[in-house]
Design a protein around this ligand. Sequence first.
Ligand SMILES: NC(=O)C1=CN([C@@H]2O[C@H](COP(=O)(O)OP(=O)(O)OC[C@H]3O[C@@H](n4cnc5c(N)ncnc54)[C@H](OP(=O)(O)O)[C@@H]3O)[C@@H](O)[C@H]2O)C=CC1
Ligand SMILES: CC(C)CCC[C@@H](C)[C@H]1CC[C@H]2C3=C(CC[C@]12C)[C@@]1(C)CCC(=O)[C@@H](C)[C@@H]1CC3
Length: 345
Amino acid sequence: MGKVVIVTGANSGIGLALCERLLTEDARLRLCLACRNMQRAEATRAALLTSHSGASVDLLHLDVGSVRSVLSAAREVKAKYGRIDFLYLNAGIMPNPTVDIKALFRGLFSRNVINMFATAEGLLTQQDSPNSDGLQEVFATNLFGHFLLIRELEPLMCQPGRTSRLIWTSSSNARRSAFSIDDIQHRHGKEPYSSSKYASDMLSLALNKHKNHQGLFSSVTCPGLVMTNLTFGILPSFFWTLIMPIMWLIRIFTNTFTLTPYNGAEALHWLFLQKPESLDPRAKYHSLTSGSGTNYTEPRQMDIDDEISETFYSKLLELEKAIRRKVSERNAENKAYQRYLGEVE
Ligand SMILES: NC(=O)C1=CN([C@@H]2O[C@H](COP(=O)(O)OP(=O)(O)OC[C@H]3O[C@@H](n4cnc5c(N)ncnc54)[C@H](OP(=O)(O)O)[C@@H]3O)[C@@H](O)[C@H]2O)C=CC1
Ligand SMILES: CC(C)CCC[C@@H](C)[C@H]1CC[C@H]2C3=C(CC[C@]12C)[C@@]1(C)CCC(=O)[C@@H](C)[C@@H]1CC3
């Protein structure tokens, strides 16, 4: 039987390009597109089946930013699949971004210019707010929803005699200084995106420590700078139209300007072909594109403290407990209300 692969945020950008590449690589795959918008998911499925007729492409409704949706999607997965070979944790958001234009111009004339274009360090801030579960939206979407999904699917992914893989789409924008262990949801800062991506790097390391002996392996990637809905949302469209020629020019000198979703999915695709035991849990695997357009993957060491990563993992487990308690209280209240309605009628 073919490998079972689930991709979150599969209906656009890097996730969609990854699905295309995986189906080209292995036609026997059982691919599951986990998306929040079923209309877009249907359209994506139809497009994938046009280029890969006969492929097995399933749809899963998943809003990774909603606890209820994650729990119900996990139930569906457990009922449908006997195992999961790859779970790509790719869905992500960067809401209300602001570019610090002064920092941009300062950076342009400094020695830090290459790093600035590769990581956007010091350039971007975002405004975040709590969602209906009381969690910060960026944290909930980019990290916690995925964590809860992993926890729910552990029985499928930790089976004796098999290995399963988690592959995160992180970012070179992940920065230690943007993350605080006392504010893991980044309620008080202005860089929730950077914080959430650093959090995924730490979680991946902790998961390897706790789950490798059960056959579950986790890796993190950075796709580089890719022109997707997420990037186009950062500046007005006329600005992108103006600077696109400059972006293609910069690409000649900066291998992190992968620019197309196909190129950005390079490391995600490369990891699909690797044996998990050969990978470095402390490395982030970067998609890179040379000036002449050749794609390759390069591991770079992450700046992570083991102790903080462990503390963070414990805090996530505590938060998971609290959230589950809240969900069962809500369910009990609903049941009591339904009973009351039944008695009244
Ligand atoms: N573009 C870039 O330069 C870089 C991107 N990344 C990361 O790559 C990943 C993919 O982003 P990219 O392809 O660029 O951007 P896109 O906006 O094109 O893709 C993001 C995907 O995530 C989905 N998504 C967002 N929120 C949710 C949610 N709550 N539940 C389920 N799905 C959701 C989107 O669905 P919908 O269509 O419904 O919005 C979409 O399919 C992200 O994690 C991003 O942080 C990392 C580094 C650089
Ligand atoms: C005059 C210049 C050509 C103008 C471009 C400036 C900025 C808008 C970009 C410079 C570096 C870019 C960047 C990202 C977004 C757009 C820039 C800030 C990302 C933050 C997108 C998402 C990620 O996760 C990062 C890896 C990107 C890093 C670089």
